[in-house]
Design a protein around this ligand. Sequence first.
Ligand code: 2IT
Length: 444
Amino acid sequence: MNTDINEFIAGLEKRTPGETEFHQAVEEVIISVWDFFIRNPRYQKAKILERMVEPERVIMFRVPWVDDSGEVQINRGYRVEFNSALGPYKGGLRFHASVTLSILKFLGFEQTFKNSLTTLPMGGGKGGSDFSPKGKSDGEIMRFCQSFMTELYRHIGPNTDVPAGDIGVGGREIGFLFGQYKRIKNEFTGVLTGKGLGWGGSLIRPEATGFGSVYFAQHMLQRIGKDIEGQNFSVSGFGNVAWGTILKVNELGGKVITISGPDGYILDNDGIKGDKVDYLLELRASNNDIVEPYAHEFGAKFVADKHPWEVPVDAAIPCATENELNLDDAKELVKNGCKLVAEASNMGCTAEAVGYLSENLDYAPGKAVNAGGVAVSGLEMSQNNMRINWTREEVDMRLRNIMKEIHETCVNYGKNGKKVDYVKGANVGGFVKVADAMLAQGIV
Ligand code: 2IT
């Protein structure tokens, strides 16, 4: 039996060579839950951790499509069905040139604990493709989505696996994917979330990841006697998560002064508000994947090839992608007086940055902070199954309650004297439910 954490990690690395992002995500969880695991022989005996780090199923497939010039293109499609102990596999699809099996395994692994934290009945999964929407026409995106779904449809279903969006997959892509699923299966079901409002989508789903992240940050701040109002925030990214985050920070009286893209970051000391927030949607819809045009449009400063973490702020909310904030960035934030980092991106901080931030300010990990997105996906599934639509107020009230409960779970499992170890809180809180369900369901 495995009672040595280093042996456990070495074994994992040996079985999954080169999957560095996956190793990073697993190690963080293993370190958090190890004591708990060792103290509970029934988990050890049933090899719960060993089973948890092995996806239930990995599907990889060819996605051929024809571009606008008539040339045949081949991409690779994936669905990692990680854990179904708590419900149907649930998690987004990512379309980005950087997508690898390692990245989707790390995302699917984290999704399992995140979904557990939401308290809703959802297992964990993730999928996507190395297809890059950058520079593609709407027609090309549609043909790619149709080809992708022509293979994926046989593996998913409203009670089996319910994908949604992630980086590179928004309302437009979900529409194309849903249309093809419906055409092949001749079934109108809630097989995807993030659907349009007129055809089965939920109010607040587009805003949910950002709104939920700010609700979570608000609880973190309130615990240390502060509030959103009057605070300056830095945000990275300029997609759906950044957009929702900025809307909610503004509503609660804070100010967001940065966004970023692969080309660099924008510094707008007047605050990103009003029309400027709507402009983010235009930037994303253009498929160019750059933020510099914002500077020309609104007379703000553009800093090429840099991350926004060098800007002095009270709080930072990373909203872009994994490992977007490293140890040097963490030191810079702390040096400049930042008091809080609420990670809205999945594994946005490197392991070294997490260590440094946790010691020097209040830091919470993506699987807790950004769980509002998948939580409202869960609410979309409920509405689809009941064939009703909840009001904006109803969905928002449920989202607020879920984020409050996730914060309480983190405090319960992560309290350490006056401080809260949000990493431990989120990991142990997410783990217990999944582990107990796996125990109850036998060796499967
Ligand atoms: O990382 C995430 O939680 C998502 N991309 C959302 C997943 C979902 O099923 O809504």
